[in-house]
Design a protein around this ligand. Structure first.
Ligand code: C2E
Ligand code: CA
Ligand code: CA
Ligand code: CA
Length: 275
């Protein structure tokens, strides 16, 4: 086995070296960016599909590198997870987002994404509650979005964390619904306040009968369980109209608005309600 390994290493060495060097470089820059607080939340609006009013903003991490421009969160969040920086990154982003949201009108919610890797921290609930106290944001205004993969690693621990959050009045949202492993039993056992239908469904449900039925069923299920449904990734009017007609409560997507920096939030809110 060793000999084969050696041959393979020889063949791939130049590529490996380059990839490793690039990775080491971006890791170094990620550490520096964290220290310099160069990663900040941008805010994407969520509307009530029936009234068109903005009801919440989702905080999405943005890292602007002086040389490379914006680096995708899909890249640097995964890296922060790998090199043990996710806790620090989340702390920074959550603190920033909560303090931004504390100055918004009281009827506007803040949604924040939590890495599934953080769901194994027994003290997570307490940490988040402490940040709320520090920033003065009321717990009921915070929505924590987790994906189905957060539920796989340690379901009992995930339940404990979700319970802590909900006991404190924080809302818990199941993100990217339909892409992972969630089953109906998980939905009925875990008590989510909201469910987000993944954007891959929104992109194609109108031309796919099965997906259309799934979307319709999830919306009906939400009604039955008292769980509000959000559709993400709405890019055109036809998708928005169809979802509205199906009775979907909330919507989010480029059609409604992309993520904007904190400074632009008051403007956007003012623009939608001139009085
Ligand atoms: P997500 O939580 O599912 O966030 C939605 C993603 O879809 C965002 O990408 C958003 O910009 C994008 N999006 C919104 N509307 C549309 C649309 O109409 N069409 C399309 N095609 N895309 C749309 P983004 O900002 O690149 O974030 C990617 C993922 O990175 C997020 O997926 C989330 O899982 C993760 N992420 C972002 N910020 C954070 C963070 O602060 N903490 C953690 N743990 N994860 C984060
Ligand atoms: Ca999300
Ligand atoms: Ca999502
Ligand atoms: Ca996603």
């Amino acid at each position: 086995a060793k000999r084969t390994g050696r041959n393979m290493v020889q063949g791939y060495e130049p590529f490996m070296k380059k990839a490793l060097a690039e990775r080491a470089d971006i890791e170094k820059r990620l550490r520096l960016a964290l220290t310099a607080r160069e990663i900040s939340p941008y805010y994407q609006p969520l509307i009530d599909l029936q009234t068109g009013e903005i009801r919440a903003f989702e905080a999405l991490a943005r890292w602007r590198d002086p040389d490379d421009g914006f680096i995708s969160p899909d890249v640097f969040i995964a890296m922060a997870e790998d090199i043990g920086l996710i806790m620090e990154l989340t702390n920074q982003l959550l603190t920033q987002a909560c303090s931004d949201a504390a100055s918004w009108p009281k009827n506007i919610q803040l949604a924040v994404n939590l890495s599934p890797k953080m769901m194994v921290d027994r003290l997570l609930g307490i940490r988040i509650i402490r940040i709320l106290a520090q920033t003065g944001l009321a717990p009921f205004r915070l929505e924590i979005e987790i994906t189905e993969s957060a539920l796989i690693a340690d379901i009992d621990l995930a339940k404990t964390v979700i319970n802590d959050l909900r006991t404190a009045g924080i809302k818990v949202v199941l993100d990217d619904f339909g892409t992972g492993y969630s089953s109906l039993s998980q939905l009925s056992n875990l008590y989510f306040d909201k469910i987000k239908i993944d954007k891959s469904f929104v992109a194609t449900f109108q031309s796919n009968d099965k997906q259309m039925n799934i979307v319709r069923t999830v919306i009906a299920l939400g009604k039955g369980l008292g769980i509000a449904i959000t559709a993400e990734g709405i890019e055109n009017v036809s998708q928005m109209d169809a979802l509205r007609q199906l009775g979907c409560r909330f919507g989010q997507g480029f059609l409604i608005g992309k993520a904007i920096p904190s400074e632009e939030v008051p403007q956007l809110l003012e623009h939608q309600c001139p009085h």
